[in-house]
Write a protein that binds this ligand. Structure first.
Ligand code: TK8
Length: 337
């Protein structure tokens, strides 16, 4: 990898005029390759949208090529973020949750039972507040370009149907590498353990954990029904995908290239959101055929919400009281619109 980036940079050296503008476009007609790393596999709407991004970029310039690597082939979410910081990877589109290890403010999206539905999520993310959040990755060596969608997360397990808080008790649940999720599942009575997504299927298969939580498309398309019997509509948290670009590499692009990449990221993100919602509905229908589907009643849902209140209180300071308050008022505004 290092060799490839050295060669690419060397290829740009001759283009003095562009260099003076701070741009290196691969020079001498040689295209720069942007590598995208995602954790989910090639059946997932995120992969489809990444191909859309590739198509949009490549249709607008010959200077840039895009290669998409799925299933964490390059790296898991957390390592991919580190690679962006070092400039050894161009793009990754992870859940915001692993990013909290780098920028604590992103913890707002991990506070459980806050965003009630997709329309509210859209309003929170698509306005000024969402833009402000995207900018927060900048002092961590990244550029935040767009919001994509992972979606509402739901619990699966291989022990028992989960209809109530009682049913969660002692279940060994894999969480993302994120302390808020870890504490939230503890507060719900589970026995959670953090793990990279790339290791999850094997852990479920080997039974070292009882369950996990992810949006319906991921549950279905990652073949979890093969290793999990029960799914419930816990809808406990909405985690967005964030389109991240390496700042080191961003600075090597011309302004025109930056604009092409940015608008393609946003447009592919809209496509992603739409597709993801269709796929989420279809996925739930299929999951109902392949697994036991259990609903959490509204009354029980309230008990879940109450149980995690202390976790929200605990993390308010760590995330930043101001941004947490702002997040809640964004949600409120969106609901009254
Ligand atoms: C994919 C991950 C994944 C996430 C997780 O890159 O780890 O459970 O939901 O989908 O971001």
């Amino acid at each position: 990898l290092a060799l490839i980036s050295v060669l690419l940079l060397a290829g740009c050296g001759s283009d003095t005029e562009k260099e003076a503008e701070g741009a290196t476009d691969g020079g001498d007609g040689e295209a720069r390759t942007l590598r995208v790393s995602i954790g989910v596999n090639d059946k997932h709407p995120e992969y489809e949208a990444s191909l859309k991004f590739k198509e949009l970029v490549e249709s607008k310039t010959d200077d840039l090529k895009v290669e998409v690597y799925h299933s964490g082939q390059i790296a898991d979410d957390r390592s991919a973020i580190e690679m962006l910081q070092f400039g050894t990877l161009d793009i990754t589109i992870p859940s915001t949750s692993p990013l909290v290890n780098f920028v604590p403010e992103f913890g707002i999206f991990d506070l459980p039972f806050t965003i009630p539905n997709g329309e509210v999520a859209d309003q929170v993310l698509d306005g000024e507040f969402g833009d402000k959040m995207l900018q927060m990755v900048e002092d961590q060596g990244m550029v935040g370009l767009a919001w994509w969608e992972n979606g509402f997360r739901n619990l699966t397990n291989d022990v028992r149907p989960v209809a109530s808080l009682e049913d969660v008790k002692s279940l060994k649940i894999r969480t993302m590498e994120n302390d808020i999720h870890l504490d939230a599942w503890k507060a719900l009575g589970a026995n959670p353990t953090p793990m990279a997504f790339t290791e999850l299927f094997t852990a479920l298969q080997q039974g070292t954990i009882d369950g996990q939580e992810n949006p319906y498309p991921t549950i279905l398309l990652s073949n979890y029904p093969e290793v999990q019997e029960h799914v419930s509509n816990t809808n406990h948290v909405y985690t967005p995908f964030i389109f991240l670009f390496s700042q080191q590499i961003w600075e090597q692009l011309s302004t025109e290239q930056q604009e092409i990449v940015q608008s393609a990221a946003v447009e592919a993100g809209k496509f992603n959101r739409e597709r993801n919602r269709e796929v989420a509905e279809e996925s739930l229908d299929k999951l109902k055929e392949e697994m036991t589907y259990t609903e959490v009643s509204e009354e029980e849902y309230k008990k879940f919400q109450e149980a995690v209140q202390p976790v929200i209180e605990k993390y308010k300071d760590e995330i930043g009281a101001e941004i947490v308050d702002q997040f809640f008022s964004e949600i409120e505004n969106a609901q009254s619109n």
